[in-house]
Design a protein around this ligand. Structure first.
Ligand code: NAP
Ligand code: 3JN
Length: 340
C-alpha cells in the first residue's frame, strides 16, 4: 500500500534550518501532497525550490494552517509560542524546533532513535518538540551506554558552529574572516565579540546561576529524553569559528563499569551512530566531514583514568541536519506512518 499523502507547512522556511527542512523532506522522499512555505512578511514574493517546482513564500498568519496535516516550525521561540496553538487548534500536528515547548510536561520531546514511543503524546496539545541540536547529538551517542550501564554524571563541553545562530551569523563569520585576512577593519553585530579566529564561551543568554541558557537546555532536555531525572549534568557551551557541524567533548561516569572497547562495540551497533575512531591513523570525527550527513559521529573513545567507571568521547554531527531538520523530518515520518 502506498503511504498516505500529507499536507505540510514549513514555518521559517527561508531560514538556515527551514531551508534544510524543505531539502530533507525532498531527499527523504517524505509523502508530501502539498507544501506551504511560511516566513515573515519580509519574504513574501520570494520563491523556494521543492521537487523541481518554485513555490512562493507566504506570510505566517494565525489562519495559515487550514487543511495542513503537519506543520514544522523553525521561526524562533516567540513565533512558535504564538502560532503553534493556532495550528494545533486547526487540527494539524506541530513539530516545533524552538525551545518554546520543550519542557512543557504535556509536550513530548523526541529523538526517534531513543524515545519514538513519546510521539503518541502529541495528542495532549497537538505539539511535538524537537530538542536543541547540542542535546540531540549527545543523547544519540549516550543512550546505548545509559541503557546498558546507567549514566550517573555527564560533563560536556561543546564547540558549536555559527550556523546554529542563523544566516546572519554565517555571513558575519565569512565577512570577519575576509576582513581579518586582508587587514581591514571588521564589524561585529551578531556576537558580542569577534568570532573569526576566536572562541566565545557564551551561547544564548547568561542566567543568574552563571550558566548560559544553552547549557541549561542541555541539562533539562537530556534528562527528559533519557527519562531519568537523576543524571548529574554540567555543560559549557562554546561558539567556535566553524560554519557547520557541532563538536562535543563528553565525559561520563557510569553506574556499572564499561571498558572503552565495549563502549566502542556498543556504539558501532547503535542506531544513528557511526564510530570513527582510529587515532593511530589520525582518524576521528571532524566538523568538516559531517556537513550534509544525518548520522552522529563518535570517536576518541577512551577510559577516563581519573575515576573507576569513566568514559571520554568526542561527538560530532551536522547541527542543521541531525541537530534540527533531519530529526524533525524523522518525527514527521513516524507520525505519518503510525498516527495520521
Ligand atoms: P534564521 O536563519 O535567522 O531564520 C529565521 C526564520 O524565521 C526565517 O525564515 C524568518 O523569516 C522566520 N521568522 C522570523 N521571525 C518571524 C515571524 N515573526 N513570523 C514568521 N517568520 C519569522 O534562523 P535559523 O537558524 O533558521 O533558526 C530559526 C529557529 O530555529 C531558531 O530561532 C530556533 O528557535 C530554531 N533552531 C533550533 C535549533 C535546534 O537546536 N534544534 C537550531 C537552530 C535553530 P524571514 O526570512 O522572512 O525573516
Ligand atoms: O546556537 C546553536 O548552536 C543552537 C541554537 C539554537 C537556538 C537558537 C535560537 C533560539 C534555539 C534553540 O533551538 O534552543 C533557540 C530557541 O528556540 O530558544
Amino acid at each position: 500500500m502506498s503511504p498516505k499523502k500529507i499536507n505540510v507547512a514549513v514555518a521559517g522556511a527561508t531560514g538556515v534550518v527551514g531551508n534544510q527542512m524543505v531539502a530533507c523532506l525532498e531527499e527523504r522522499n517524505f509523502p508530501v501532497r502539498s507544501i506551504r512555505l511560511l516566513a515573515s512578511s519580509r519574504s513574501v514574493g520570494r520563491k523556494l525550490a521543492f521537487r523541481g517546482e518554485m513555490i512562493g513564500v507566504e506570510e505566517l498568519k494565525e489562519d495559515s494552517f487550514k487543511g495542513v496535516d503537519i506543520a514544522i516550525f523553525s521561526a524562533g521561540g516567540g513565533t512558535s509560542s504564538h502560532f503553534a496553538p493556532f495550528a494545533a487548534k486547526t487540527g494539524c500536528v506541530v513539530i516545533d524546533n524552538s525551545s518554546a515547548w520543550r519542557m512543557d510536561p504535556e509536550v513530548p520531546l523526541v529523538v526517534p532513535e531513543i524515545n519514538p514511543h513519546a510521539i503518541a503524546d502529541y495528542k495532549n496539545k497537538g505539539i511535538i518538540a524537537n530538542p536543541n541540536c547540542s542535546t540531540i547529538q549527545m543523547v544519540v551517542a549516550l543512550n546505548p551506554i545509559h541503557k546498558k550501564c546507567g549514566i550517573k554524571r555527564i560533563v560536556v563541553s561543546t564547540y558549536q558552529a555559527v550556523s546554529g545562530t542563523g544566516k546572519k551569523a554565517v555571513d558575519e563569520l565569512a565577512d570577519q574572516t575576509r576582513s581579518f585576512a586582508s587587514s581591514r577593519e571588521y564589524k561585529t553585530s551578531i556576537y558580542p565579540h569577534r568570532i573569526a579566529f576566536n572562541c566565545l564561551p557564551h551561547i544564548d543568554v547568561f542566567l543568574d546561576n552563571g550558566y548560559t541558557r544553552e547549557e541549561i537546555k542541555m541539562v533539562n532536555e537530556t534528562r527528559k529524553i533519557l527519562e531519568d531525572a537523576t543524571i548529574g549534568i554540567t555543560a559549557t557551551t562554546v561558539r567556535v569559528p566553524v560554519f557547520f557541524g557541532h563538536s562535543e567533548s563528553v565525559n561520563i561516569e557510569t553506574r556499572e563499569h564499561i571498558s572503552a572497547d565495549e563502549a566502542r562495540m556498543l556504539l558501532s551497533k547503535a542506531p544513528g551512530v557511526k564510530v570513527v575512531d582510529d587515532p593511530a591513523r589520525n582518524i576521528y570525527p571532524m566538523a568538516i566531514d559531517v556537513e550534509g550527513q544525518d548520522l552522529t559521529f563518535v570517536g576518541r573513545i577512551r577510559e577516563d583514568e581519573s575515576i573507576p567507571n569513566g568514559i571520554n568521547m568526542w561527538v560530532v554531527a551536522d547541527n542543521i541536519r541531525k541537530g534540527a531538520a533531519t530529526n524533525a523530518v524523522q518525527i514527521a515520518e513516524i507520525l505519518a506512518k503510525k498516527y495520521l
